[in-house]
Design a protein around this ligand. Structure first.
Ligand code: MN
Length: 157
């Protein structure tokens, strides 16, 4: 892997419950059996899904805590609900706050840090129901990631 997941991943910034780069659409393409409802598809196909092939989980991380540094074939969609985060996405570190939506592309090294000293980091995370197991970095992978000083400062193993 060439570790360009930081490029393929993206953070959708929220402002007033609208997400950057996401078009607001009709709730459904036709019909009058609804009213005053709109849709924003943050990540993924808007239609054609059968029974969910995903899970959406809520995680909470204590102030100063962090999730495991890992990568895997399956993607994540993370939506911050409380607290503040710094997120490692391969050789990139980004800050995120409540209602930011983070897409973590397949095979992207990732780790979430709870950076608010007074509040836990709480976030929703959606994943494939059937998914591969996370891979942990070896010394060589760590060396490559830590070539970026911001990543080197933040990373924990
Ligand atoms: Mn993961």
């Amino acid at each position: 892997m060439d570790e360009d997941g930081g490029e393929r991943s993206r953070i959708l910034r929220e402002q007033g419950f609208r997400w950057q780069g996401v078009a607001e659409a009709a709730y459904k393409p036709e019909g009058t059996h609804f009213s005053g409802a709109r849709r924003q598809t943050l990540v993924g196909a808007p239609a054609g899904q059968e029974a969910p092939a995903f899970e959406t989980r809520y995680f909470e991380v204590d102030p100063g805590g962090y999730t495991s540094l890992e990568r895997h074939q399956h993607a994540h969609v993370v939506i911050i609900l409380r607290g503040h985060a710094e997120v490692i996405l391969d050789r990139r570190v980004a800050a995120a706050r409540p209602l930011d939506c983070i897409y973590i592309a397949p095979w992207t090294w990732h780790q979430l840090h709870a950076t608010d000293p007074d509040e836990p980091l709480g976030f929703l995370c959606s994943v494939d129901r059937d998914r591969d197991h996370p891979e942990r970095p070896d010394a060589e992978a760590l060396d490559r990631l830590c070539a970026d000083p911001a990543v080197a400062r933040r990373i924990r193993t």
